[in-house]
Structure formats: structure tokens, C-alpha cells
Design a protein. Structure first.
Length: 488
């Protein structure tokens, strides 16, 4: 659709596309790449409620606008990628028309059927019932039924989904290509016959997931309250391994911090002036935070609250409508400009661009006493942005911190270059719309099935399930991106 839009832009501007392509081949390729990245950042490749009419249209306009600004900046600073102004404007306009039209047609004709994975749940007990509840809120999944060896349950229904028969039917259903994913929701899988059936299904190219893996992939969290020490010892956790990725990430941090400080210097200067005009007090707010391996470091921010805010009502916790926030502070916190001085923390190595947000020393020690394995959060460097930041609002209690810790552990376990890029792009999405996570997503409405998720977490610890490759599973389910929010 992008190249169709560019083709019509060339026809409109020059009368034929060949001339436009000859003159601006590389700039147009660069613009196309920028638009693709922008579409991803603004979640335009997601299906479900996020693709509906007005919501999708607002995101499309924002994505094209952001892409146009980025391509214009690139064209201005990189001479070989310069492009005629009107051609760039026409490309943006036609992109809106063609991409918007195609997505509307796509939704109407085939969105409900394309790429829906057929899921079979092994076990129709309590754990299976809660797996079913979670799966019903994953837009890309279609639950076809349960299999259970309890004859009394056969042809009955669990949450409106039929129990199709005993588990011995699994190999037959796999051969008929009627299922894509099997979620094992049985407390203990030790019987050889059942393992043989699961192996036969896997040989038929069916993905086999245990309940805990399914929970992790669909929610983007790890249920740390019910994790045992053995899981931490024997599970591969990327954040606790030494590899080239760590070095590469550090080099990227240095380059991005230098580039960011230069690029953001005008904004930082204006912000500094406004803070001084708005309220009395220091320009920079400094606080001891806990870094990697529990090491203390001094974190810098633009001051957004009144002086001695910690001594006033609210203490170290903050909220969206915090009375201690100044007028300028409310604006810079909303668009995260107050975090820009932390580029210096990134440059000197105290922080990284992506990672768990650093907590105040007092809060960190408090959380370590109340939240199991909370010290694992300090296995990696804290970051400017993170998986928890794009998924959940500010912490206002120990319970909130525990909930965010589940997101942080998901990142620590699965951290990679691709996940870092995904987090950065989603952060751009949040910043562009000037929406703090407190306002756009409420904890109690992240999904309507949150009560089911909480209960499922308790049930996951009741038994063991087959070992599953998370890498293999993630090829079928993108972590945490298929949950359908109802607050948009």
C-alpha cells in the first residue's frame, strides 16, 4: 500500500512515477522504512478492538504525521536523502488514503478469520477453566474445545466451550489439522500414554504449551508470587547471562545518549527556563536510586514537584493528579521531558535506555521485604523506559509494585534486541499521544478477565507441566500484545 501511495504521489507531482523514482529512489525507500516503523510504534499492525474505526483512524493520522516529521528531519540533515517538499506531502496524503482504505476493507472482509490460532485445552478442571477465560480475551485465538479423561465431563461445557472427549483423541485431531496449539492444563503430566499423545501431536506440527507458559505469553507477565526457587535456578533468564548482547546494548546506550543530549538540548534549555519561572527551588531533582546489583547511584530529573515533596502527603509515591506537582511539572511529566537529564545517567553507565525503572532506596528495601525475589530486578541496569512502563501506570502501593515486578521479570527473562526495539517504539506511541499510563490504562481494567488471571496464577503452582520451549512458543504468540483492553 505504501508503494501504491508513492506511485500516485509521483503521478500527481510529475505526471509519471518513473521520473519521481529516478530522482528520489533512495529517499522514497527511506521514507517507506520510516512509515513501517511508525505504523508498528502506533500499534497499527494489531487486530482486535485497536483496529476499530475512530481509534484506528486517530492512530493512523498520528503514525503518518510522526513518519512525515521524521522523514522531513532525515531529509533535512542527510543530503543524499533529500526529497521534494510537495512529493513528501503527497506521499503522506496518499498513504493516509490507501492504508486507511485497505485496512477498512481488510477488517470487513476477513479480519475475523485470518491468523486465528485454533486452541485445544487439555484438562477441563479448574486450571483448564481459567486458561479458557484468559484465552477468550486473546483476539488471535479460537478455542475449539477441551479434552479430559473424566467421562462425566464429556460433551459438557466449560464457560460455553465443549468437552470433546478423552485425551486419546489428541493424535487424531492433530493429524486432521484441526488444531494449532495445545495448552496442557493438567496438574501432573506423568502418564506415559498422555506424554506419547502430546509427542504425537507435536510431531504433527502442533505447538504444545503448559499453562504457565501460556499465561506468560498472553499477559506479558511472570506470576512471581507463585514462582519457586527451582524455577529461577533452572530456567534460562537472559538478564542473568553474559553474552555479546550486553556489550552491544552498552554501545547503543552511549551512542543514543550522546545523540539524545545533542538533539534534546533546545528542549532542555526551554524546560529549565520554565521551571525557574514557575516555582522556587533547584532546577534538577537528585535522588539516590538503586541500580544494578543493588548499587546506589544518583539519578537526575528536572524538578516537577514543589520543594521537599517527599515530606508532604503522599511520600515517595506519585499519582497522575498529585497536588505536589507544579504547573510546568504536570506538563513535563505528561510527556516525560522531566526524564531527559537521565540521559547523563545512561552515558556514564548508571542506567540503560531500556530496563526496569530505578526505585528510591527506601522503596526498594521495602519491596524486597514484601515481594518474593524482588532483588532479581536488580540483575540488570535500570532504564529510562521499560516493559512495565509501557504496560502499567505509576506504582502507588506495594501491590502495584508487585504487579509491575511481573512485567519487569518478563523483560529480564526474555530481554533481547528485538524486545528492546519493541519497548522503544511503544514508548514513542505513549509520548506522541501525551498520555501517561495512569490515564490510558487502569489497573483494574487492564483486561476484563483479570480476576481469572489472578486465580489462574494460584492454580499454576499446584502442579508441574511438560517443559516447553519459550522461543518456539513465542513464534506463535507475541508476548502481552494480544490482550484486548476495554478502556480505549
Amino acid at each position: 500500500m505504501l508503494f501504491t501511495a508513492f506511485h500516485f504521489a509521483g503521478l500527481t507531482r510529475y505526471g509519471n512515477f518513473t521520473q519521481a523514482w529516478t530522482l528520489y529512489q533512495w529517499p522514497m525507500l527511506a521514507i517507506a522504512i520510516i512509515y513501517v516503523i511508525s505504523f508498528y510504534a502506533f500499534t497499527l499492525y494489531e487486530t482486535g478492538d485497536r483496529s476499530k474505526s475512530a481509534f484506528f483512524l486517530s492512530r493512523l493520522c498520528a503514525a503518518v504525521g510522526f513518519g512525515f516529521l521524521m522523514s522531513s528531519a532525515l531529509s533535512y540533515f542527510v543530503f543524499p536523502l533529500r526529497i521534494a517538499r510537495w512529493l513528501a506531502i503527497l506521499c503522506a496524503g496518499y498513504t493516509l488514503v490507501f492504508v486507511g482504505g485497505w485496512r477498512t476493507l481488510f477488517d470487513q472482509l476477513c479480519r475475523t478469520r485470518i491468523q486465528r490460532k485454533r486452541v485445544l485445552i487439555m484438562g477441563a478442571g479448574k486450571l483448564g477453566a481459567y486458561v479458557c477465560k484468559i484465552a477468550r480475551y486473546v483476539e488471535s485465538l479460537d478455542i475449539i474445545g477441551f479434552l479430559d479423561d473424566d467421562q462425566d465431563k464429556h460433551h459438557g461445557f466449560v464457560h460455553g466451550v465443549e468437552v470433546l472427549g478423552p485425551t486419546e483423541r489428541l493424535p487424531e485431531m492433530a493429524k486432521q489439522d484441526s488444531i494449532d496449539i495445545v495448552v496442557v492444563a493438567i496438574k501432573s503430566v506423568k502418564e506415559k500414554d498422555l506424554l506419547d499423545r502430546l509427542l504425537a501431536a507435536k510431531m504433527s506440527r502442533v505447538k504444545i504449551l503448559d499453562a504457565s507458559t501460556f499465561y506468560e505469553l498472553t499477559t506479558g507477565r511472570i506470576p512471581m508470587a507463585h514462582v519457586r526457587l527451582g524455577w529461577i535456578v533452572f530456567t534460562s533468564i537472559n538478564g542473568m547471562a553474559r553474552h555479546l548482547y550486553t556489550r552491544f546494548k552498552r554501545y547503543c546506550d552511549i551512542a543514543l545518549a550522546l545523540f539524545g543530549l545533542v538533539l534534546a538540548s533546545p528542549v532542555m534549555l526551554i524546560t529549565a527556563i520554565l521551571i525557574k519561572l514557575d516555582s522556587k527551588g533547584p532546577l534538577i531533582y537528585k535522588q539516590q536510586r538503586m541500580g544494578q546489583h543493588g548499587k546506589e547511584f544518583m539519578m537526575f530529573k528536572f524538578r516537577s514537584m514543589v520543594v521537599d515533596a517527599e515530606k508532604k502527603q503522599g511520600g515517595l509515591y506519585t499519582s497522575v493528579k498529585d497536588a505536589r506537582v507544579t504547573r510546568v511539572g504536570r506538563i513535563i511529566r505528561r510527556v516525560r521531558i522531566d526524564e531527559l537529564p537521565q540521559l547523563w545517567n545512561v552515558l556514564i553507565g548508571d542506567m540503560s535506555f531500556v530496563g526496569p525503572r530505578p526505585e528510591a532506596m527506601e522503596l526498594s528495601h521495602k519491596y524486597e521485604q514484601h515481594i518474593s525475589f524482588y532483588a532479581l530486578r536488580h540483575a540488570i541496569k535500570p532504564g529510562l523506559t521499560g516493559w512495565a512502563q509501557v504496560k502499567f501506570p505509576y506504582s502507588a502501593s506495594v501491590e502495584d509494585a508487585e504487579y509491575k515486578f511481573e512485567f519487569d521479570m518478563f523483560y529480564i527473562k526474555n530481554m533481547s534486541i528485538l524486545l528492546d526495539v519493541q519497548i522503544v517504539l511503544q514508548t514513542i506511541n505513549v509520548l506522541f499521544f501525551l498520555i501517561s499510563r495512569n490515564e490510558s490504562v487502569k489497573k483494574d481494567t487492564i483486561i476484563e478477565a483479570e480476576d481469572a488471571v489472578a486465580t489462574a496464577k494460584k492454580l499454576l503452582e499446584e502442579g508441574t507441566s511438560p517443559s516447553v520451549s519459550h522461543t518456539e512458543a513465542s513464534a506463535e504468540l507475541r508476548p502481552g500484545t494480544h490482550i484486548v483492553t476495554r478502556t480505549e
